[in-house]
Write a protein that binds this ligand. Structure first.
Ligand SMILES: C[S@@+](CC[C@H](N)C(=O)[O-])C[C@H]1O[C@@H](n2cnc3c(N)ncnc32)[C@H](O)[C@@H]1O
Length: 402
């Protein structure tokens, strides 16, 4: 196992005081955002926010008030929450009602925003610290891994300065392929690309990329068609990544020399079945070994009931998991600093750990270096062609830079 020169530091609990100070008059949305518990009796953490009729009405009729109320006390701080409220109002005014309702109806927007608050704050600070690039090719690209619907990307598009950020790429296996019509099982992308005659002008271009992060060939294509295409810097975000998807995010950071920052918020632990197949997950060129028995867990939620070992035992595993992920990030002889920070975004759950990693000196990413593969690829795909299969269907969308 490669040794790390410095141990990751555990950070302070940003925003904890604010969380504790929340007014008791919080709306159902706000209360539900921190619903559930890690006790063995508690309900599972809902992937949505329960809403009463009054909340739904406010979402539709007064989005600004809704956001201000629902995000109050989050790590964003008042000024940023107010900006988000104004953004929500802008969307509600600009989008067809069907699109706006799709954005709000699952109740996920508020939950994701509360839990992504530290990510938004950090990303804004990273971009703030960047000089305005002279040339377009050196503008920052943000890659949101496992983006889901893309709430984080949508807010970042409105919040970040467009003179510094060229594009926000939402990567998820559930997007449709470029050039195809999304089917019902795909994430609906009308809010990204519009529907019918209607289009929304995102201040910073949003694009979708269908990638299964567990498919090595697809990840290599991303190196070829995305990371090695622009000088960077890139910022990679991985929020609520389940199981070994967190390892995939770390590998993406390790392999691409033009990724400046990684922010990773792991979600659930890898499944226990991994322990039957592997003794270790080995990550990074320093070959950091993560013992599967130390981090994999049995158990799942079934009809709101936890079937598995006592939940408190998972907390210890979750900390070990985050610690190992942090150690899996290659230090590059002092060029990369990484740390795990606990930031209380969920009141009663232990999934409050964030991994922040920063590469001091970045350099252009060479696809062959990042993938270990020479292009043309063994399958005969010609490097440099944006459409990897040659069939007319690529995994990503052409944008203004292509
Ligand atoms: C828990 S959600 C996270 C969504 C969002 N980032 C958030 O903060 O809530 C997990 C997302 O990961 C995507 N996903 C799951 N497995 C994947 C894989 N192998 N490759 C790419 N995306 C995957 C799912 O489609 C889903 O949108």
């Amino acid at each position: 196992m490669g040794a790390r020169a410095t141990k990751p530091r555990r950070g302070s609990l940003e925003g904890r005081a604010r969380e504790r100070g929340e007014a008791s008059t919080a709306t159902a949305a706000r209360a539900a955002a921190s619903d559930g518990s890690d006790s063995d009796e508690g309900p599972p953490p809902p992937p949505w926010v329960k809403r009463d009729d009054a909340t739904v009405e406010t979402e539709v009729n007064d989005p600004e008030a809704w956001i201000n109320d629902a995000l109050a006390g989050s790590a964003m701080g008042e000024a940023l929450i107010r900006r988000c409220g104004v953004i929500a109002k802008k969307w509600a005014d600009a989008m067809p009602k069907s699109t706006w309702l799709r954005i709000t109806k699952s109740g996920r927007l508020v939950k994701e925003m509360r839990e992504s608050a530290p990510v938004i704050v950090r990303t804004m600070a990273y971009v703030d610290a960047m000089a305005v690039p002279e040339n377009r090719d050196e503008k920052c690209t943000i890659v949101d891994l496992c983006s889901g619907f893309g709430y984080l990307a949508m807010f970042l598009s409105e919040l970040l300065p467009k003179e510094k950020v060229e594009e926000i790429v939402m990567v998820d296996k559930m997007w449709a392929m470029f050039g195809t019509e999304p089917k019902s099982h795909h994430i609906n992308w009308a809010h990204v690309y519009g529907e019918g005659e209607w289009r929304y002008e995102w201040p910073i271009a949003l694009s979708t990329r269908k990638v299964d992060l567990k498919d090595r060939a697809q990840v290599k294509q991303m190196a070829n068609h995305l990371f090695s295409r622009w000088n960077g810097p890139f910022i990679v975000l991985g929020i609520h990544l389940c199981g070994i998807l967190s390892i995939k995010a770390v590998e993406i950071f390790n392999r691409h020399s033009n990724v400046k920052q990684l922010i990773l918020k792991p979600c659930c632990l890898p499944d226990f079945s991994w322990t039957y197949k592997e003794e270790y997950f080995e990550v990074g060129s320093h070959k950091h070994r993560i013992p599967t028995k130390e981090v994999c867990s049995r158990g799942k939620w079934k009809k709101n009931k936890w079937i598995g070992p006592p939940r408190h035992t998972l907390k210890v595993k979750f900390e070990a998991w985050n610690d190992h992920l942090c150690r899996s990030i290659d230090e590059e002889e002092g060029n990369v600093r990484s740390e795990v920070q606990e930031i209380k975004v969920q009141e009663k759950h232990f999934q409050n750990l964030f991994i922040f990693s920063e590469r001091e000196v970045t350099r252009k990413c060479i696809a062959e270096e990042a993938t270990g593969t020479r292009f043309p690829t063994p399958s005969g795909t010609e490097a440099g062609r944006w459409c990897p299969t040659g069939t007319g269907y690529g995994t990503h969308v052409k944008n203004s830079r292509q």
